[in-house]
Structures are given as C-alpha cells and as structure tokens.
Design a protein around this ligand. Structure first.
Ligand SMILES: C[S@@+](CC[C@H](N)C(=O)[O-])C[C@H]1O[C@@H](n2cnc3c(N)ncnc32)[C@H](O)[C@@H]1O
Length: 276
C-alpha cells in the first residue's frame, strides 16, 4: 500500500516512460506489472488490438457512449481518446481500488468525459476481500445508457453465475441495437495436451478442471484459485445471452491463444452480442 501511495502521489507530469503524447496516462512499471505486463510495447499492442476490435465488431463512432467492464488501469481507454469526441463518452468500472485511484488521478483529470468507478466486488484472484458477490452486482448506470458494452479479458476471470448476471446487466444498460464485445477462452477451441503459443503455454491455461454444476461447459485453470483463469463452452454463453435477451451478432471470432486456428484476429476468442 505504501508503494501505491508513493506512486499515486507522483505528479502526472512525471511519467516513468519517455513515450509521446500524454505519457502520464501510462501506468508506472510497478502498476503495469500487476496486470502481468512487463513490456511497454505489449501494453500498447493490446490497447490497439482492442481499439481495432471495437471499430470492427463494436461499431464504435466518435459519438458513441461506451462502457468498459473491468477497465483495469485504462489500457483500452488510452486509444479510445483518439476516437471518442467530446460528444462521445467512456465509463469504466473496476474492482481493484488502486487501479481506479490511478485513473481518477490521471486519466479523468485530463479527459473529463472518461469516468471511472470502483466496484467493491469479490473475486478470488483480483479482489479476495471484496464485499459484493459478482453474481449480485448491479452496474451503477441507467437503463439504455450505452451504445457499446465491452469486457477485455474479464469474463476469463469470472464464474458462470456472475457472468450470467453481468450479461443481464449489460442488456439493461445497452440501448436497443447496441452491442457487446466480450472476450472469452472458449472450451470449444481448447485441445488438451496440444502446444499453445507464447504465454498461453503456461499451466494456468490448462482448462482441465470442471467447476460447479456445469458439466463440460465450464472449466478453470487453477483449482486453488478458481477466478485466476476461466473458460466457457459457447453453448453456456449462448444460454446466458438468451436469458438476458441478447443475441449472438455473428459466429465467435477465434483468438490465437488456443493454437487451434490457422487464422485468428486477437489474442482471446471474441463474442459479439446485440440487443434487438
Ligand atoms: C486481465 S485484467 C484486464 C484489464 C483491462 N480490461 C485491460 O484490458 O487492460 C482483468 C480485470 O478484470 C477485473 N475484474 C475481475 N472481475 C471483475 C468483475 N467481477 N467486475 C469487474 N471487473 C472485474 C480485474 O480487477 C482486472 O483489472
């Protein structure tokens, strides 16, 4: 906590990185490491990947009202400030208080139409002391407030009851015709024992542990910490979408994580939903 206080006291002008254009919005290395990122270029690569995904699959425009579930340290908010005009807006909520403290102190000061909220929601990996069960969390926004709701590597850390609730909440806060862009690890693409590329070779991506009453439709990577890494079958995601009155806008877009697709678009599999 002392380290965080020291980091958050740092004036926005004092960035740890010599990058062009608002370097103070890039978290210092100590904070970036809490997202498992050691390399600045990977930070920007993921951010730009999602900027592209939101343009291609989310239909984002300069005037969109956008909600990010689990906004982390603002990695994807970063490129969205090139896209969204003053008429557009960005809201993000996040369960790690120190991430939101950083964003309020830096990003929101520089871009008031980018707003960040802390949700004290429980997660075995990211917020084990959280007070509110994710399966009961109500998003702090009005019905029909957003054109796009997206979650980048967040349902990959959530259990099914919570995911079902987040789908219902996403449907409530979306406008009619609005879209969700959600990344998942799809069990449909997982091949036990097959080599996986890059960081996805780590054992935590071995989704060999079924969890809860979902049969083969849900699995976790680390039995000691269920929300460290999670994976779903498409059939379960479709069921949650239907219950929330959302529709699959297109077939899932394969990511490269599983090593089972010769062509892929991003790192994780992508689910695109629309509210009729
Ligand atoms: C892998 S990080 C991704 C962060 C951010 N989306 C990005 O792309 O940089 C996963 C994030 O999801 C957040 N998270 C986990 N469970 C959540 C929940 N139930 N509601 C909102 N955020 C959650 C974590 O705190 C963490 O910041």
């Amino acid at each position: 906590m002392n380290m965080l206080k020291r980091l958050l006291r740092r004036s926005p002008a004092q960035s740890a990185y010599p990058v062009a254009y608002e370097p103070a919005l890039v978290p210092p290395p100590e904070l970036m490491r809490t997202e498992g990122i050691e390399v600045l270029e990977e930070w920007f690569r993921w951010a730009e990947e999602w900027s592209m995904l939101l343009r291609v699959y989310g239909g984002i425009t300069r005037n969109s009202a956008v909600l990010e579930i689990g906004c982390g340290l603002g990695r994807i908010a970063f490129p969205l400030r090139y896209i969204l005009s003053a008429e557009g807006s960005y809201d993000g909520f996040e369960i790690c208080d120190y991430k939101v403290a950083f964003l309020k102190q830096t990003f929101h000061q520089a871009h008031p139409n980018f707003r960040f909220v802390w949700a004290n929601v429980h997660n075995t990996y990211y917020n084990p002391k959280g007070q509110v069960p994710a399966a009961e969390y109500r998003f702090p926004y009005l019905r029909g407030a957003f054109d796009i709701v997206y979650a980048a590597s967040v349902f990959t850390h959530m259990l099914p009851e919570a995911t079902a609730q987040y789908f219902r909440e996403a449907a409530r806060v979306l406008k009619s015709g609005g879209r969700c862009v959600f990344s998942f690890f799809l069990l449909d693409h997982y091949r036990p024992g097959q080599p996986r590329p890059s960081m996805f070779a780590q054992p935590v991506f071995n989704f060999d542990h079924p969890h809860g009453p979902y049969g083969g439709e849900f699995a976790i990577g680390e039995p000691k910490n269920p929300e460290e890494m999670t994976a779903y079958r498409l059939s379960l995601i479709e069921r949650f979408a239907t219950e929330a009155r959302l529709e699959l806008a297109q077939a899932p877009v394969p990511g490269f994580w599983s090593g089972s697709w010769p062509t892929w678009v991003g790192a994780q599999d992508l689910i695109v939903l629309k509210k009729p």
